[in-house]
Design a protein around this ligand. Structure first.
Ligand SMILES: Nc1nc2c(ncn2[C@@H]2O[C@H](COP(=O)(O)OP(=O)(O)OP(=O)(O)O)[C@@H](O)[C@H]2O)c(=O)[nH]1
Ligand SMILES: [Mg+2]
Length: 320
């Protein structure tokens, strides 16, 4: 399962019951009504956080409940409100009901949305006191909290998408420039699900980079992990082609273009840069590459050693 889609259930807290109570004081046997109201039930709240990258949380936990409100007390005491349940999701999460209606579209860091409302507390008998009924013997139950089944989707709201063959160093790059911590290893298809990294760009132009699984020749025909992850980068402004400089980058680039072309031509009209990675191993023939990639924006970096990253980040900030 890939963590960009999850079905969950939520239940907001019930309101606390109002209570029936009468003052009992020494020497005042017939005290007035003093039953307090119940407290509010807690809400189910979603909050977007740039520190969260996937919907992995929902893999093992599918049911979320907020706290119930407490019952009212004697002496006109209102019951304690139940605590909200805050569900933290990545920026770009969309919360829908099962009919597909969008309940929240969380596009910004720290944006919150109340998805299920806690029940109101019931009124205690004191609240029903009136000139005609000075000693009401009834109180109300708290309202039930809303209960919903939800679909949470992660629309990767990335500004920059990484494409490349497996092992080119896409995940290493996103690790080097952002706070994302995807796995890195020297075998293909280390990355099985998309990751987002939040990058502090230049001139306060922060941006989000999407690391997606590697693409291989034949991916458009279903080879490897196929091309389905490309939908996550369809809406990015910029594509970075991350190519291993030690492994015939021009050939790789042409193969990648072919695969992308068969997926969707529009993807090729995006602004893009060629990022030749692993210059710590091999850094020769820059002129040849400049010639081979002459119509492209070309960068030479080492994601591993964090070499020449600034220049690229500046270019991205300027081109967003
Ligand atoms: N020497 C060197 N090795 C690198 C560099 N960048 C990545 N690597 C290594 O290349 C291997 C693959 O790196 P990843 O970042 O996992 O590559 P990826 O493109 O995310 O690969 P997939 O997730 O499998 O598509 C790892 O062993 C990295 O340590 C680099 O700049 N220099
Ligand atoms: Mg990877």
């Amino acid at each position: 399962m890939f963590a960009d889609y999850a079905k969950i259930s939520v239940k907001a807290g019930d309101g606390g019951n109002g209570i029936i109570s009468f003052r009992r004081e020494k020497y005042a046997p017939k005290g007035g009504p003093d039953g307090g109201n119940g407290g509010f039930g807690g809400n189910i709240v979603f909050r977007a956080s740039k520190d969260e990258n996937t919907l992995r949380l929902f893999r093992f936990k599918r049911i979320f409940k907020a706290e119930n409100g407490s019952a009212g007390g004697s002496n006109n005491k209102t019951g304690k409100s139940g605590k909200d349940k805050i569900i933290i999701v990545p920026v770009g999460a969309i919360v829908k009901d099962l009919d597909g209606n969008v309940l929240a579209d969380l596009n910004e860091n720290n944006q919150t949305a109340i998805i299920a409302k806690g029940g109101r507390g019931g009124l205690g008998n004191a609240a029903f006191t009136s000139s005609t009924n000075r000693a009401p013997r009834f109180a109300k139950e708290g309202e039930k909290g809303e209960e919903l089944n939800l679909v949470v989707e992660l629309k990767l709201l990335a500004d920059v998408g990484l494409v490349g063959f497996p092992n080119a160093g896409k995940s290493s790059f996103i690790r080097a420039v952002s706070d994302a911590k995807p796995q890195i290893a020297d075998y293909p298809f280390t990355t099985l699900e998309p990751h987002l990294g939040y990058v502090e760009g230049y001139d306060n132009k922060d941006f989000i980079v999407a690391d997606i699984p590697g693409i291989i020749e034949g991916a458009s025909g279903g080879k490897g992990l196929g091309l389905r992850f490309l939908r996550h980068i369809e809406r990015t402004t910029i594509l970075l082609f991350v190519l291993d400089i030690t492994d015939e980058p021009l050939k790789s680039f042409n193969k990648l273009l072919k695969e992308l072309e068969s997926y969707n031509m529009d993807i090729l009209s995006k602004k893009r840069a060629i990022v030749l990675n692993k210059i710590d191993i091999l850094d020769e023939d820059r002129e040849r590459y400049a010639y081979e990639f002459k119509d492209e924006n070309l960068f030479f970096i080492s994601a591993l050693k964090k070499t020449n990253l600034n220049e690229l980040l500046i270019w991205i900030s300027k081109n967003l």
